[in-house]
Design a binder for this molecule. Structure first.
Ligand code: TRP
Ligand code: SF4
Length: 335
């Protein structure tokens, strides 16, 4: 196949954090679903990545992998279109990571912004490990092993794609062979949805709405969610820009409803209870089909495992082909 004929590939990965919430959905997953029609897609569970920070807590994996993939499937990732796989089921990632570790200067890894940042933020975890330093290089291997042209990323991951490009360029230059494809970050218009307290949505902050959450619970969480703190009484005007409910409207409401909110809020014409109603409706409407689609997989998790096994086999084929070229370029096949 020539370059032109080769289907354009995207690779998307997520750590196995378990059940997905609305923040994951609007920040990444929905975008993956859209991309699978346009590109040859590989979606994978980055279990080794989880070990770079949570190596002491491997219980996490027990249910998280299958739970997360159920949500991917329920949200519309179609295993006929996209290969869904598990990183550790494709050990070629580790081989490429090792080989790239020979050619990558230490300073390139030390200056990745997330390195120092996370060491400071996750003080309790003792991240002075070799694996943690190398994690962006493992990510580079994940990407390069599929010759992925595009990687959909949020802001914090863009530096990793940039590193990946440098790693690929250096490899191709050193071995004088165009083996590795430089990927591009795909900055798609994803929207940040805050948690119900206005902070970043995260299971560990207890402010998230899960994709498969019971409707009563969804309704209660939105009904009691944080509003503009300055709007104490119904008669106080509010400022939507200081209110997390407004950010939900930005995602879920049409122009007319948004106008109604802005006018009603700033003039105290509507109450927060009124304001939240259309959000509750919209979120429930969005989640219902996802919850329904998840049910058969919840009843039969072995089917989910089979999908992961099959996707991992497909991934291995592609990864194996790249590794042959990598070994060849490095002279490892000339004995
Ligand atoms: N580092 C990503 C995260 O923590 C997950 C990830 C690992 C990834 N390898 C990847 C994402 C390759 C895209 C491509 O969210
Ligand atoms: Fe927030 Fe709506 Fe209340 Fe204004 S009316 S403070 S936007 S919930």
């Amino acid at each position: 196949m020539t370059e032109q004929e080769r289907p354009r590939r995207v690779l998307s990965g997520m750590r196995p954090t378990g059940k997905m919430h609305l923040g994951h959905y609007h920040g990444a997953l929905k975008n993956w679903v859209n991309l699978q029609g346009e590109y040859e897609s590989f979606c994978f569970v980055a279990d080794w990545h989880a070990l770079t920070t949570d190596y002491g807590d491997t219980e996490l994996f027990a249910n998280n992998v299958v739970d997360m993939v159920i949500d991917w499937l329920a949200a519309g990732i179609d295993p006929k279109n996209a290969s869904i796989f598990l990183q550790s089921a494709v050990p070629e990632h580790a081989e490429l990571h090792l080989l790239l570790s020979m050619t990558t200067p230490l300073s390139w890894l030390e200056r990745v912004p997330s390195y120092k940042e996370q060491q400071t933020r996750l003080k309790s975890k003792s991240l002075d490990t070799y694996g943690f330093l190398g994690y962006p290089l493992l990510q580079a291997a994940d990407i390069l092993i599929y010759g992925a042209e595009f990687v959909p990323v949020g802001g914090d991951q863009a530096a990793h794609v940039e590193l990946t490009r440098e790693v690929a360029r250096r490899f191709n230059h050193l071995y004088d062979a165009p083996v590795l494809v430089e990927p591009k970050a795909l900055h798609t218009p994803v929207t940040k949805l805050p948690g119900v307290d206005g902070q970043k949505m995260s299971k560990s902050y207890n402010n998230s709405i899960a994709l498969r959450e019971a409707p009563e619970s969804v309704e209660k969480k939105i009904r009691t969610m944080q509003t503009d703190p300055a709007r104490v009484r119904r008669t106080d005007p509010g400022d939507p820009d200081k209110c997390p409910v407004w950010q939900f409207h930005e995602i879920y409401s049409d122009v007319k409803t948004r106008q109604w909110v802005r006018e009603g809020c700033t003039s105290a014409g509507i109450g927060c209870v009124d304001c939240k109603k259309p959000v509750i409706e919209a979120v429930l409407g969005e989640l219902e089909p996802i919850r329904k689609a998840a049910r058969p997989y919840e009843d039969n998790p072995d089917e989910v495992r089979a999908i992961i096994v099959e996707g991992s086999e497909r991934a291995r084929e592609s990864a194996g082909a790249t590794m042959q070229r990598v070994r060849g370029a490095m002279g490892l096949d000339r004995w």
